[in-house]
Write a protein that binds this ligand. Structure first.
Ligand SMILES: [Fe+2]
Length: 201
């Protein structure tokens, strides 16, 4: 049976997000990978024949439901951590133009995206590209999976679970964590995601 393999990330020293926070956060990411694998193993075990499927109907249903949580938790974190690799790069060119077309200005977009990040509860602020309609869209994802948009490509992912900032900030100061997230971004990585999928050239 195939398994998902946890990725490693070469994350440099960040400003405003401690090494301790990143190290502990990576362990949580590895947990999502482990549990995504475990769920598929358990589903396979319980699906050996009709009798085991019938005997485990509810368990199988719940396992399948939770797979969305673990799988998206794995993927979300891979988008998140790779945005810090390679060091800070604040040059946004192609994506900036697309952002300006959608939100008027880069600053206006940034304020909107940060506001999405401040949504009450745990989850993710995500900027995605809908290639069918050639436009950028925001989403707030509860937990790891509830509210993920269909058929879009993730361009920028901001983890707003408390575990991503509690070593460095109290919850009332999560705005500071969002600012730190932006200060440490390698926009080259973010931009590459957009350039590789955009329709209009
Ligand atoms: Fe996280």
């Amino acid at each position: 049976m195939k398994t998902f393999t946890p990725r490693t990330f070469a994350i440099p020293e960040l400003q405003g997000i401690s090494k301790k926070s990143i190290d502990e956060h990576i362990k949580l990411y590895q947990g999502y990978v482990k549990h995504a694998n475990l769920i598929l193993e358990k589903i396979a075990e319980m699906s050996k024949d009709i009798a085991t499927v019938e005997a485990n109907t509810y368990v199988l249903g719940e396992l399948q439901r939770r797979f969305g949580f673990e799988f998206d938790g794995m993927k979300n974190h891979e988008y998140y951590f790779e945005q810090f690799e390679g060091g800070v790069n604040q040059d946004v060119v192609t994506l900036k133009t697309a952002i300006e077309e959608e939100w008027g200005s880069f600053d206006a977009w940034c304020a909107r995206f940060k506001a999405v990040g401040l949504t009450r509860g745990i989850g993710w602020a995500i900027l995605s590209y809908d290639k069918v309609n050639d436009r950028l869209v925001h989403s707030w994802v509860d937990e790891q999976h509830l509210g993920q948009l269909n058929s879009v490509d993730i361009i920028l992912a901001l983890d707003m679970w408390e575990h991503s900032y509690l070593f460095d900030y109290v919850p009332a100061d999560k705005k500071k964590y969002i600012d730190a997230f932006f200060e440490n971004l390698n926009w080259e990585t973010v931009e590459k995601r957009f350039v590789s999928v955009r329709v209009s050239k």
